[in-house]
Design a binder for this molecule. Structure first.
Ligand SMILES: [Zn+2]
Length: 83
């Protein structure tokens, strides 16, 4: 099956004790989704340039099998966990 590349960012990558992981093919979308979580769950609704830099530095590029694309993007459970 074809591999696809995604950007992934988790709260743990930013030092938070939280299992949230978000994955997207688009870096911009990933930042938006992550920002929504940071605001809703952590009360960090102000995305400062510094925080944006940290997000950019912390995000990883991962490969998932094609079927993974259909899975919810915002979840602590994903094909990533079974690697
Ligand atoms: Zn979180």
């Amino acid at each position: 099956m074809a591999q696809r590349e995604y950007k992934q960012l988790g709260c743990r990558d930013l030092g938070a004790d939280c299992h949230f992981l978000v994955r997207s093919e688009s870096e911009d979308e990933l930042m938006i989704l992550f920002s929504e979580h940071a605001c809703r769950v952590h009360g960090r609704c102000e995305i400062t340039p510094e925080l944006k830099d940290r997000m950019r530095v912390s995000m990883k590029t991962i490969c998932c099998e094609g079927e993974c694309y259909e899975a919810p993007r915002m979840t602590g459970q994903s094909c990533w966990d079974s690697f």
